[in-house]
Design a protein around this ligand. Structure first.
Ligand SMILES: [Zn+2]
Ligand SMILES: [Zn+2]
Length: 353
């Protein structure tokens, strides 16, 4: 197969701190230990907005990012088009693969214990080259996961983060989810939260969904929420029988106002799973939470084993990601739409569209 020498991509530029379109990015040939992947889909995410926001920048846990420019897009799926000569791998040309975002080493203690989401600091599209381009050279073959035959590239992209992140938080609370008496509150059902409702529907629990946007009611109920409201007060006003005392909260917003609206609506020993990063800091109540032995657990991303499970759940039809396609050239347009809150589900960019 003849490969082009250059390609188009959208990069984060460290100097201007803006998105720039580059038309002459090199398409590199793989050497030993590397494969070249033709990108078939790259999802757009709120984290992209964060990177491009005035206080954002590359998402880089230890500050070691030294790239002047990197291609954005961290929810990536594609097809292997070339394997470097002498590479020891079971992957071959034509294989369909989804990317695990973290460049996990496979050797450190975190990786060996299956927590590869917290290994190192390098991540596709967040501080290293990612998916908003046509081809990507991969040297960490461990970050490639096979896509089941009946799962589309678009679905595989949403498994990289938008489903994986709630899936990981939900797995951390699995002990409570097998009890049919468990009452779950999902705060924020825009993107990740709506996927959380779908995942939670696979457990025998009661699900209440809250979101400021009333138009999300229909989807929330369709995907398995037992009730929906723009606030907890609205729900109790409409249904006086319903007692809003929860055992488990998944907070996909992470703001003072929303936390304040539910922290007294918890049963003793309830768990708050904090996933949303809307505000970098806010106050939690020491005494009132301590007396009831409330647990607050923070959750970030998910590990590669869970990502394989998510792909399997999609393959089995237990999860139906909401996706739409757009041509790669329209990255700037959709970033603006996402900023304005006008994007529903996952927009997946395709170079060939
Ligand atoms: Zn993302
Ligand atoms: Zn590691």
């Amino acid at each position: 197969m003849t490969l082009p020498k250059t390609q188009v991509g959208f990069c984060y530029d460290n100097e201007s701190r803006k998105l720039v379109k580059v038309t002459d990015l090199p398409v590199k040939q793989p050497t030993r230990g590397e494969v070249l992947v033709k990108i078939e889909g790259a999802g757009l995410c709120n984290s992209d907005l964060h990177v491009l926001s005035p206080r954002g920048g590359p998402i880089d846990l230890d500050g070691s990012n030294d790239k002047q420019r990197f291609v954005m897009g961290h929810e990536i799926a594609g097809r292997i088009v070339s394997v470097g000569e002498g590479t020891e791998t079971t992957f071959k040309e034509g294989d369909r693969v989804a990317f695990f975002i973290t460049h996990a080493c496979g050797q450190c203690l975190d990786c060996r214990l299956g927590r590869d989401n917290t290994c190192g600091a390098k991540a596709y599209g967040l501080n290293q080259d990612g998916g908003f381009q046509e081809y990507i050279l991969v040297d960490k073959l461990r970050t490639l996961l096979p896509i089941p035959d009946n799962v589309s590239y678009e679905q595989a992209c949403s498994a990289c983060d938008a489903i994986l992140t709630p899936f990981h938080a939900i797995q951390k609370a699995k002990d409570v989810l097998t009890n049919p008496a468990t009452k779950v509150l999902v705060v924020g059902v825009g993107g990740l939260g709506m996927n959380a409702v779908q995942i939670l529907r696979n457990y025998p629990v009661d699900i209440t969904a809250v979101d400021l946007k009333p138009e999300l009611k229909e989807s929330a109920l369709k995907f398995g929420a037992n009730r929906f409201g723009t606030s907890l007060d609205q729900i109790t006003d409409e249904d006086e029988e319903f007692e809003p005392m929860f055992n488990l909260v998944f907070d996909f917003i992470g703001s003072q106002g929303l936390y304040d609206s539910y922290y007294m609506q918890l049963q003793r020993r309830a768990k708050i799973m904090m996933v949303g990063l809307a505000k970098p800091t806010f106050q939690i109540h020491n005494f009132l939470n301590a007396m009831r032995e409330i647990e607050i657990v923070f959750s970030f991303g998910g590990n590669s084993q869970e990502q394989l499970q998510v792909l399997e759940w999609i393959s089995l039809g237990r999860l139906k990601p909401i996706t739409s396609n757009a041509p790669l050239d329209e990255v700037p347009k959709y970033l603006q739409l996402l900023k304005e809150g006008k994007v529903v589900g996952r927009v997946v960019f395709q170079p060939k569209l």
